[in-house]
Write a protein that binds this ligand. Structure first.
Ligand SMILES: *[C@@H]1O[C@H](CO)[C@@H](O)[C@H](O)[C@H]1NC(C)=O
Ligand SMILES: *[C@@H]1O[C@H](CO)[C@@H](O)[C@H](O)[C@H]1NC(C)=O
Ligand SMILES: *[C@@H]1O[C@H](CO)[C@@H](O)[C@H](O)[C@H]1NC(C)=O
Length: 383
């Protein structure tokens, strides 16, 4: 059908006025391309700038389903995780970051952290889990921030218990949106605004996770974890995480996978296996339940290059502007496998798909490094 058949001139025809079939009037000839371009622009605009909540509603998320019938506990756990992960957090008018310090006692860098927090009141909350003794505080921002705590054994499940205790306490505050775990030997590498924008703006949680086929990785796995945790799903990663509210909820809600690790991942197991729950539980849980939701690297820098059992600790004389700049310029995350191949696994640090420097915090520093760090702080944290 030609468009002008329904035009007024056709109506005139029907009245029997013998008019030649009219071409569209000049006015109508302008009207068409204008309408077409208007529609095209509208469609293009909607495509380029979708409404803000376009990406939000329930995301299509399923944990990878193993090819077997799930146990009742697994079905229940998965449905709870799915609900938590697909529900956007309660919108907060005052979003805050929870800084959770896991320490035996004293926090040697309180003064440095005070400098970091200064002027940002209301945008952070501090929690301290002091497992050996209640620390004397040097800085007022840390006073009365201890939570109920218990003993923590190195590499024992009590380490995970302390992390869960901190998360539960920090989740009580509805404004806390990001949950950063820090140790007494951690220091900030950037200023507060940079850290706040980096964490709040990220779609992912910063949880370290990789597949280590060697003795410090998959060898620590025990078949007793079957059927819920298979060897191919066993992962490793640093315990120093920074996670979103939904992921913190998942950690608190999990009892099934947690109890598997409590029973079967500990030092001195059968066949000389030494498993450390704090290095395997969360990486494995999130690898199974929300692999696309984690960045697979930690925002806390540590130097394993000496290849020893413990990472390098920095002394006062090591702390220079150059050292700190080096740490803040790294934009590739590296893991070395513990098998004979000692394979170097490297990936760019992608922040919402954009390559950026990886680290916001660093460890480990000796308490004697405090003065140098304080002197350099305003210089190295300009960005
Ligand atoms: C993290 O690693 C998993 C594979 O273990 C991958 O599926 C996921 O996409 C990675 N996360 C990001 C943000 O790239
Ligand atoms: C900083 O990095 C450069 C290049 O990787 C290296 O040569 C230098 O020794 C590093 N400096 C410090 C203080 O770590
Ligand atoms: C502070 O930073 C500048 C570069 O921005 C550098 O030249 C200077 O040496 C630094 N000061 C100290 C005390 O490191």
């Amino acid at each position: 059908m030609k468009w002008h058949q329904l035009s007024p001139s056709d109506a005139n025809d029907m009245k029997g006025v013998p008019l030649p079939r009219a071409r569209p009037s000049p006015r109508r000839r302008i009207w068409i391309p204008v309408a077409v371009s208007f529609i095209a622009i509208t469609v293009l605009w909607a495509y380029l700038y979708p409404p803000q909540d376009y990406t939000y509603p329930v995301r299509d998320w399923f944990p990878s389903e193993p090819a077997r019938e799930l146990t009742d506990e697994e079905t229940a756990a998965r449905v709870v995780f799915r609900q938590i992960l697909s529900t956007p957090p309660f919108p907060s008018r005052n979003p805050k970051i929870a800084f959770m310090f896991l320490t035996p006692g004293k926090l040697p860098f309180e003064k440095l952290w005070e400098l970091f927090f200064k002027g940002h009141e209301g945008r952070y909350t501090i929690y301290v889990h002091a497992s050996r003794e209640k620390p004397e505080h040097i800085s007022p921002v840390f006073v009365d921030r201890e939570i109920h705590s218990d003993k923590v054994g190195w590499g024992m499940i009590s380490m995970v218990d302390a992390e869960r205790r901190l998360l539960a306490k920090a989740l009580e505050d509805i404004d806390n949106q990001q949950f950063v775990l820090l140790s007494d030997s951690c220091v900030p590498l950037h200023n507060f605004d940079y850290v706040y924008d980096f964490l709040m703006g990220s779609k992912h949680s910063f949880l370290d996770c990789f597949d280590d086929p060697g003795p410090h990785g998959v060898f620590r796995y025990s078949k007793n974890m079957l059927p819920e945790v298979r060897e191919t799903e066993f992962r490793k990663g640093s315990q120093w995480f920074s996670i979103k509210r939904q992921h913190a909820m998942v950690v608190i809600a999990d009892s099934l996978y947690y109890s598997k690790f409590r029973r079967f991942c500990k030092p001195g197991m059968e066949e000389g296996r030494n498993c450390y729950a704090d290095e395997h539980y969360l990486p494995t849980l999130f690898h199974m339940m929300d692999p696309a939701g984690i960045a697979n690297w930690s925002v806390t820098y540590v130097d394993w290059s000496e290849g020893k059992w413990h990472p390098r600790s920095f002394r006062a004389k090591d702390v220079t502007y150059e050292l700190l700049k080096n740490m803040t310029s790294i934009d590739v995350s590296s893991h070395i496998t513990s098998d004979e191949k000692k394979e170097l696994l490297q990936r760019p640090c992608l922040w919402n798909g954009l390559k950026r420097p990886c680290y916001l915090f660093a460890r480990k520093f000796y308490p004697e490094a405090l003065n140098n760090l304080m002197n350099l702080f305003s210089n190295y944290t300009i960005f």
